[in-house]
Design a binder for this molecule. Sequence first.
Ligand SMILES: [Zn+2]
Length: 306
Amino acid sequence: MPDDDTVRADDLIQPFQIDPFALRGRLARLGPTVDRILSQHDYPEPVAAILGEAIVLAVVLAGALKYDGVFTLQTKSDGPVRLLVADVSTDGAVRGYAQYDPDRLDPQWDGASPSVPALIGSGYIAFTVDQGEDTDRYQGIVELVGATLAECAQHYFRQSEQIQAGIKLAVARAGHGGGWRAGGLMLQRVPPEGGYTVIADDVEDGWRRAMVLMSSATPGELVDPDLPPRQLLYRLFHDEGVRVYHTHPIEARCRCSRQRIANILRAFPVDEIEDMRKDKVTTVTCEFCNTRYDFAADELAELIPS
Ligand SMILES: [Zn+2]
């Protein structure tokens, strides 16, 4: 066991397995990472809370995939929060942002898991895996069905992946000093190759029992900075024979750069770039991290294809 596993209690994914029913799970714990992302923007509390859930959901889902690249979760909808984006790269860099309409938003948050119908409204949730140029992008998209983001993700799995999965998310200002924290727990049923070594009824019972135990985790436990991830898993599943694996670190890191922003501008129609050049300096702000990139009129001219 690397030291990392014993020292690190935050900003990580803790994979685990429950034998003998071949249930795989992941516990995501985000402290400073989610606090940093949410604090980079001056979001009203309900917006910060639902984006925090989207971020930790992206982290637990990305942990289920074998991929090399970027996993993106995105919602698009007609509610006060019209867009949520959270993405996670294979090396554990996570970022996210929200677009919302302040006039339609009740700025009060009661601390409960944010309501999808009230905040997001009707629309879609999409999951994309982008493994870089010259590879096929995988995208799964379903209608938002559920009271919470966790329910919407479960609906997605039922609809499109034919995978049985349980997901639980929590977000709160629970850090020492009032920082945002988020926790996510996902359990999925992965029939082993060659079938189970136990009888089918036991497998069903094992799954149902594990789901009940998982749902017994309180939101407070999921975000508690003083409850180490492994301790929480043992508390929940000790009778079931839970096995934990190496953790993977997660950190808040944006992938924007001047070069990337220039590439985006290069794809703009020429007349739009000409329009921007009427100003001495055009500032492009990264929506994820709020970094500002200034382009002078002559620099913009270089972006127009000759
Ligand atoms: Zn950025």
